[in-house]
Design a protein around this ligand. Structure first.
Ligand code: ZN
Length: 278
Protein backbone atom coordinates (compact mmCIF):
# COMPACT_ATOMS: atom_id res chain seq x y z
CA UNK A 1 0.00 0.00 0.00
CA UNK A 2 1.26 3.47 -0.87
CA UNK A 3 2.25 5.53 2.20
CA UNK A 4 -0.11 8.36 1.29
CA UNK A 5 -3.07 5.99 1.08
CA UNK A 6 -2.12 4.33 4.40
CA UNK A 7 -1.90 7.74 6.07
CA UNK A 8 -5.29 8.69 4.68
CA UNK A 9 -6.81 5.47 6.04
CA UNK A 10 -5.28 6.00 9.51
CA UNK A 11 -6.51 9.59 9.61
CA UNK A 12 -10.02 8.66 8.50
CA UNK A 13 -10.37 5.71 10.92
CA UNK A 14 -12.79 6.51 13.73
CA UNK A 15 -10.99 7.37 16.98
CA UNK A 16 -10.91 4.40 19.37
CA UNK A 17 -12.84 5.01 22.58
CA UNK A 18 -13.10 3.00 25.75
CA UNK A 19 -16.31 2.86 27.72
CA UNK A 20 -16.85 1.64 31.31
CA UNK A 21 -20.24 0.59 32.66
CA UNK A 22 -20.88 -0.45 36.26
CA UNK A 23 -23.93 -2.24 37.62
CA UNK A 24 -25.14 -1.05 40.08
CA UNK A 25 -23.78 2.51 39.89
CA UNK A 26 -25.53 3.26 43.21
CA UNK A 27 -24.47 0.55 45.64
CA UNK A 28 -24.43 -0.30 49.33
CA UNK A 29 -21.81 -2.15 51.41
CA UNK A 30 -22.17 -5.90 50.68
CA UNK A 31 -22.97 -5.41 46.98
CA UNK A 32 -21.14 -6.95 44.02
CA UNK A 33 -20.26 -4.45 41.28
CA UNK A 34 -20.20 -5.81 37.73
CA UNK A 35 -17.85 -3.60 35.69
CA UNK A 36 -17.85 -3.89 31.89
CA UNK A 37 -15.26 -2.40 29.53
CA UNK A 38 -16.23 -1.90 25.89
CA UNK A 39 -14.24 -0.61 22.92
CA UNK A 40 -10.81 -2.01 23.82
CA UNK A 41 -8.40 -2.22 20.87
CA UNK A 42 -6.09 -4.71 22.59
CA UNK A 43 -8.18 -6.20 25.41
CA UNK A 44 -5.21 -7.88 27.10
CA UNK A 45 -3.59 -4.51 27.79
CA UNK A 46 -6.57 -3.02 29.65
CA UNK A 47 -6.24 -2.49 33.41
CA UNK A 48 -9.20 -1.78 35.68
CA UNK A 49 -8.88 -0.12 39.08
CA UNK A 50 -11.26 0.93 41.86
CA UNK A 51 -10.27 2.60 45.13
CA UNK A 52 -6.59 1.82 44.59
CA UNK A 53 -6.97 -1.89 43.77
CA UNK A 54 -6.64 -3.55 40.37
CA UNK A 55 -9.30 -6.08 39.38
CA UNK A 56 -8.94 -8.99 36.94
CA UNK A 57 -10.84 -8.50 33.66
CA UNK A 58 -12.21 -11.50 31.78
CA UNK A 59 -13.24 -11.48 28.09
CA UNK A 60 -17.02 -11.87 27.93
CA UNK A 61 -18.63 -12.54 24.55
CA UNK A 62 -19.51 -10.95 22.31
CA UNK A 63 -17.61 -7.72 22.81
CA UNK A 64 -16.73 -6.78 26.37
CA UNK A 65 -14.34 -7.33 29.24
CA UNK A 66 -15.85 -7.88 32.65
CA UNK A 67 -14.64 -7.65 36.25
CA UNK A 68 -16.37 -8.26 39.55
CA UNK A 69 -15.70 -5.97 42.51
CA UNK A 70 -16.85 -7.01 45.99
CA UNK A 71 -17.89 -4.38 48.53
CA UNK A 72 -17.55 -5.73 52.07
CA UNK A 73 -19.81 -4.64 54.93
CA UNK A 74 -16.98 -2.27 55.90
CA UNK A 75 -16.81 -0.52 52.49
CA UNK A 76 -16.66 3.24 53.05
CA UNK A 77 -19.60 5.33 51.89
CA UNK A 78 -18.78 7.86 49.18
CA UNK A 79 -18.18 8.31 45.48
CA UNK A 80 -15.23 6.90 43.51
CA UNK A 81 -14.54 6.03 39.85
CA UNK A 82 -14.04 2.60 38.34
CA UNK A 83 -11.30 3.41 35.86
CA UNK A 84 -10.06 1.52 32.79
CA UNK A 85 -6.80 2.35 31.01
CA UNK A 86 -5.44 0.77 27.83
CA UNK A 87 -1.78 1.73 27.25
CA UNK A 88 -1.12 2.06 23.50
CA UNK A 89 2.06 1.97 21.45
CA UNK A 90 2.88 5.27 19.72
CA UNK A 91 -0.54 6.68 20.55
CA UNK A 92 -2.24 8.31 23.46
CA UNK A 93 -3.48 5.80 26.06
CA UNK A 94 -7.19 5.07 26.03
CA UNK A 95 -8.97 5.72 29.31
CA UNK A 96 -12.51 5.84 30.61
CA UNK A 97 -14.27 5.77 33.94
CA UNK A 98 -17.69 5.33 35.53
CA UNK A 99 -18.53 6.78 38.92
CA UNK A 100 -19.94 4.54 41.66
CA UNK A 101 -21.72 5.90 44.70
CA UNK A 102 -21.71 3.75 47.84
CA UNK A 103 -24.45 4.73 50.29
CA UNK A 104 -24.03 4.07 54.00
CA UNK A 105 -25.70 0.96 55.42
CA UNK A 106 -26.41 0.26 59.06
CA UNK A 107 -25.99 -3.25 60.42
CA UNK A 108 -27.57 -4.16 63.75
CA UNK A 109 -25.10 -5.32 66.39
CA UNK A 110 -25.67 -8.81 67.83
CA UNK A 111 -24.62 -10.23 71.19
CA UNK A 112 -23.99 -13.98 71.10
CA UNK A 113 -23.46 -16.26 74.05
CA UNK A 114 -21.62 -19.52 73.76
CA UNK A 115 -20.67 -22.24 76.27
CA UNK A 116 -17.14 -21.45 77.56
CA UNK A 117 -15.64 -24.70 76.25
CA UNK A 118 -16.80 -23.87 72.74
CA UNK A 119 -15.70 -20.23 73.05
CA UNK A 120 -12.20 -21.52 73.93
CA UNK A 121 -11.92 -22.94 70.38
CA UNK A 122 -10.64 -19.54 69.27
CA UNK A 123 -7.49 -19.83 71.39
CA UNK A 124 -6.68 -23.44 70.44
CA UNK A 125 -3.55 -24.20 68.43
CA UNK A 126 -4.53 -24.16 64.75
CA UNK A 127 -7.55 -21.91 65.36
CA UNK A 128 -6.52 -19.70 62.42
CA UNK A 129 -5.79 -22.61 60.03
CA UNK A 130 -9.22 -22.52 58.38
CA UNK A 131 -9.10 -18.76 57.72
CA UNK A 132 -5.56 -19.07 56.31
CA UNK A 133 -6.58 -21.91 53.94
CA UNK A 134 -9.65 -19.98 52.78
CA UNK A 135 -7.56 -16.83 52.14
CA UNK A 136 -5.11 -18.91 50.07
CA UNK A 137 -7.94 -20.39 48.00
CA UNK A 138 -9.59 -16.97 47.55
CA UNK A 139 -6.34 -15.50 46.22
CA UNK A 140 -6.56 -17.67 43.07
CA UNK A 141 -8.70 -16.38 40.17
CA UNK A 142 -9.84 -19.05 37.74
CA UNK A 143 -10.86 -17.36 34.47
CA UNK A 144 -13.79 -19.57 33.45
CA UNK A 145 -17.29 -18.57 34.56
CA UNK A 146 -18.68 -21.71 36.15
CA UNK A 147 -21.85 -20.32 37.76
CA UNK A 148 -25.11 -20.08 35.85
CA UNK A 149 -27.99 -17.79 36.76
CA UNK A 150 -28.90 -16.60 40.24
CA UNK A 151 -27.43 -18.29 43.34
CA UNK A 152 -29.61 -20.51 45.55
CA UNK A 153 -29.49 -20.73 49.34
CA UNK A 154 -27.62 -23.92 50.32
CA UNK A 155 -30.35 -25.22 52.66
CA UNK A 156 -34.08 -24.96 53.27
CA UNK A 157 -34.74 -23.14 56.51
CA UNK A 158 -35.09 -19.74 58.08
CA UNK A 159 -32.30 -17.17 58.01
CA UNK A 160 -31.17 -17.16 61.64
CA UNK A 161 -28.54 -14.43 61.14
CA UNK A 162 -28.22 -12.01 58.23
CA UNK A 163 -25.02 -10.61 56.71
CA UNK A 164 -22.92 -7.86 58.16
CA UNK A 165 -23.80 -7.77 61.88
CA UNK A 166 -21.05 -6.49 64.16
CA UNK A 167 -20.90 -9.11 66.94
CA UNK A 168 -19.72 -9.88 70.41
CA UNK A 169 -19.35 -13.41 71.77
CA UNK A 170 -19.70 -13.68 75.58
CA UNK A 171 -19.23 -9.88 75.69
CA UNK A 172 -15.89 -10.04 73.81
CA UNK A 173 -15.59 -8.31 70.40
CA UNK A 174 -15.80 -10.77 67.53
CA UNK A 175 -15.59 -10.50 63.74
CA UNK A 176 -18.57 -9.06 61.84
CA UNK A 177 -20.77 -11.67 60.23
CA UNK A 178 -19.35 -12.48 56.79
CA UNK A 179 -22.31 -14.43 55.42
CA UNK A 180 -25.87 -15.55 56.15
CA UNK A 181 -26.83 -18.36 58.53
CA UNK A 182 -29.63 -20.73 57.62
CA UNK A 183 -30.99 -22.83 60.48
CA UNK A 184 -31.94 -26.41 59.58
CA UNK A 185 -32.14 -29.78 61.37
CA UNK A 186 -28.92 -31.78 61.88
CA UNK A 187 -28.52 -34.27 59.04
CA UNK A 188 -30.53 -32.34 56.44
CA UNK A 189 -28.96 -31.69 53.07
CA UNK A 190 -26.65 -28.78 52.21
CA UNK A 191 -26.44 -28.06 48.48
CA UNK A 192 -24.10 -26.11 46.20
CA UNK A 193 -25.40 -22.49 45.82
CA UNK A 194 -24.26 -22.60 42.19
CA UNK A 195 -22.01 -24.69 39.97
CA UNK A 196 -18.25 -24.72 40.37
CA UNK A 197 -15.24 -26.69 41.57
CA UNK A 198 -14.70 -27.71 45.18
CA UNK A 199 -11.59 -25.70 46.04
CA UNK A 200 -11.47 -26.86 49.67
CA UNK A 201 -13.21 -29.57 51.71
CA UNK A 202 -12.00 -30.09 55.26
CA UNK A 203 -12.61 -29.51 58.96
CA UNK A 204 -11.17 -26.61 60.99
CA UNK A 205 -11.55 -25.52 64.64
CA UNK A 206 -13.59 -22.33 63.98
CA UNK A 207 -15.34 -23.06 60.67
CA UNK A 208 -15.98 -26.73 61.49
CA UNK A 209 -16.85 -28.85 58.46
CA UNK A 210 -16.03 -26.60 55.49
CA UNK A 211 -16.73 -26.72 51.76
CA UNK A 212 -15.48 -23.89 49.52
CA UNK A 213 -16.77 -23.81 45.93
CA UNK A 214 -14.90 -21.80 43.28
CA UNK A 215 -17.47 -20.41 40.83
CA UNK A 216 -14.76 -18.80 38.66
CA UNK A 217 -13.73 -15.20 37.87
CA UNK A 218 -13.06 -14.47 41.55
CA UNK A 219 -16.43 -15.63 42.96
CA UNK A 220 -16.50 -18.28 45.71
CA UNK A 221 -19.06 -19.74 48.11
CA UNK A 222 -17.90 -20.90 51.55
CA UNK A 223 -20.11 -23.22 53.63
CA UNK A 224 -19.19 -23.61 57.33
CA UNK A 225 -20.26 -25.58 60.43
CA UNK A 226 -21.14 -28.62 58.32
CA UNK A 227 -21.60 -32.21 59.49
CA UNK A 228 -20.71 -35.03 57.10
CA UNK A 229 -19.00 -33.79 53.91
CA UNK A 230 -20.22 -35.42 50.67
CA UNK A 231 -17.57 -33.94 48.33
CA UNK A 232 -13.79 -33.67 48.23
CA UNK A 233 -11.35 -31.04 46.98
CA UNK A 234 -11.28 -31.02 43.16
CA UNK A 235 -14.84 -32.30 42.62
CA UNK A 236 -16.95 -30.49 40.03
CA UNK A 237 -20.43 -29.70 41.36
CA UNK A 238 -23.56 -28.51 39.59
CA UNK A 239 -25.94 -26.03 41.23
CA UNK A 240 -28.03 -27.71 43.95
CA UNK A 241 -25.76 -30.81 44.15
CA UNK A 242 -25.71 -32.15 47.75
CA UNK A 243 -22.29 -31.31 49.20
CA UNK A 244 -22.75 -31.97 52.94
CA UNK A 245 -25.17 -32.49 55.83
CA UNK A 246 -26.13 -29.90 58.43
CA UNK A 247 -23.94 -30.32 61.51
CA UNK A 248 -23.42 -27.32 63.81
CA UNK A 249 -19.68 -28.03 64.05
CA UNK A 250 -16.91 -25.56 64.97
CA UNK A 251 -17.50 -22.14 66.56
CA UNK A 252 -21.28 -22.31 66.26
CA UNK A 253 -24.31 -21.76 68.48
CA UNK A 254 -26.58 -24.36 66.88
CA UNK A 255 -27.51 -26.45 63.84
CA UNK A 256 -27.15 -24.22 60.80
CA UNK A 257 -25.11 -23.67 57.67
CA UNK A 258 -23.14 -20.44 57.29
CA UNK A 259 -23.04 -19.35 53.64
CA UNK A 260 -20.43 -16.78 52.72
CA UNK A 261 -19.76 -15.40 49.23
CA UNK A 262 -16.33 -13.94 48.50
CA UNK A 263 -15.41 -11.78 45.51
CA UNK A 264 -11.60 -11.71 45.18
CA UNK A 265 -11.53 -12.37 48.94
CA UNK A 266 -14.01 -9.63 49.94
CA UNK A 267 -17.00 -11.07 51.85
CA UNK A 268 -20.17 -9.79 50.17
CA UNK A 269 -23.87 -10.20 51.00
CA UNK A 270 -25.12 -13.50 49.50
CA UNK A 271 -28.82 -12.56 49.72
CA UNK A 272 -28.99 -10.16 46.70
CA UNK A 273 -27.24 -12.77 44.52
CA UNK A 274 -30.29 -15.07 44.84
CA UNK A 275 -32.31 -12.41 42.97
CA UNK A 276 -29.71 -11.26 40.47
CA UNK A 277 -28.24 -12.77 37.30
CA UNK A 278 -24.53 -11.95 37.07
ZN1 ZN B 1 -22.55 -17.41 60.18
Amino acid sequence: MRPALLLALVLSAPAAALEVRVDPAEAVPGDVLEASVLGAVEPRRVKLTYRGLEYALFPTPPDRLRAFIGLSAEAAAGTAPVRAVEPRRWRKDLAAEAVVTVASRTFTARKLTMPPERARLTSQPGAQDGAARIRAVAAVDTPVQRWEGPFRPPAEGRVSSAYGHPRTVNAQPWAWHKGVDIAAPVGSTVTAPNSGTVALAGTYPIQGGTVVIDHGQGLMSALFHLGELLVKTGDEVAASTPVARIGGSGFSTGAHVHWGVYVHGAAVDPAPLTRRRL
